[in-house]
Design a protein around this ligand. Structure first.
Ligand SMILES: [Zn+2]
Length: 292
């Protein structure tokens, strides 16, 4: 079973368990409380009378039942627990598609979707080199404006500047606020793309590839170190970058490459998405003197 369907099952199972617990609570309350039991029986009788068109005192019976309910210390939301997701009512499906709650759960439940070591954003900011101060401030704004800000956040610069730490910290902040996150190295990205490209079993490829399209935030670390596979690397890079842009999802990319090298390696279409001022916050970090 793929991760998405497993998440639907978990969500519907949990809903049923909460409903069963509510019903159990109600049964116990009735069993141990004669006044409540009588009020409920009368309410049912009056409801039947009303349905048959016979004289009834349903309103009075309802008031009495409510009073007994309150006196017993019961709460409506305990007996009939509301769904945890208002969008799908805990069915996991909206208009024939997976609900956001399913996607979030499926992505975040799979440890393979977080290949960078996660670090708390505030902690990362405190220990970041001075050369990163402005980038952290921009990252803060970037996260605050989700999903309406510029979708891409590009951090270029030589190694040892703390690019990867920032990317991981952004992913961590998304997770903390209840969103879904995927962090992959560019190398891992291509591995997944290759598996997806060559696999036939539809169920399994979803687990590998869909999270990179669906996650609220995707971090691709160290762009430029991945293998250039014909028909795969550029094609899937473009698909993911473009699709995420269309879906208003955020994407963070780190790289050691200069803008010239990026455009040469990936071409105009990818480069313009990742680095265009209207779509991307892009930064070129120089290693701090301390590190040098
Ligand atoms: Zn839902």
């Amino acid at each position: 079973m793929n991760a998405y369907r497993r998440a639907v099952r978990d969500i519907t199972d949990a809903r049923r368990a909460r409903q069963d617990a509510g019903l159990e609570l109600w049964r116990n309350a009735l069993a141990g409380n004669a006044a409540l039991r009588d009020a409920f029986a009368d309410y049912q009788t009056q409801a039947v009378n009303k349905a048959k068109g016979e004289p009834d005192s349903l309103d009075a019976a309802r008031s009495k039942l409510k009073a007994e309910f309150v006196r017993a210390g019961l709460k409506r939301e305990q007996i009939e627990p509301p769904p945890q997701c208002n969008k799908c009512g805990d069915t996991g499906i909206v208009n024939g598609k997976y609900c956001g709650c399913v996607i979030r759960r499926a992505i975040n439940a799979d440890r393979e979707n977080l290949t960078l070591p996660l670090i708390d954003f505030d902690d990362a900011q405190k220990t970041a080199p001075k050369s990163m101060t402005a980038v952290y401030d921009a990252a803060h704004d970037y996260m605050r404006t989700y999903p309406d800000g510029k979708p891409f956040f590009m951090i270029a610069g030589s190694s040892g500047t703390g690019k990867t730490v920032l990317a991981a910290a952004i992913a961590c902040a998304f997770l903390k606020s209840g969103r879904s996150a995927v962090t992959v190295s560019a190398f891992e990205f291509v591995r997944r793309a290759k598996d997806y490209h060559t696999q036939f079993a539809i169920d399994d490829y979803r687990d590998l590839f869909s999270p990179m399209l669906d996650a609220d935030i995707l971090c691709i670390d160290d762009l430029g170190t991945e293998t250039m596979l014909k028909n795969i690397t550029l094609e899937y890079m473009y698909t993911v970058v473009n699709e995420r842009w269309l879906r208003k999802k955020y994407t963070v990319v780190t790289t050691n490459l200069t803008p010239d090298a990026l455009i040469k390696r990936y071409g105009e279409a990818i480069f313009s998405r990742l680095c265009d001022k209207s779509l991307a916050n892009s930064f070129m970090i120089k290693a701090s003197n301390k590190r040098l």
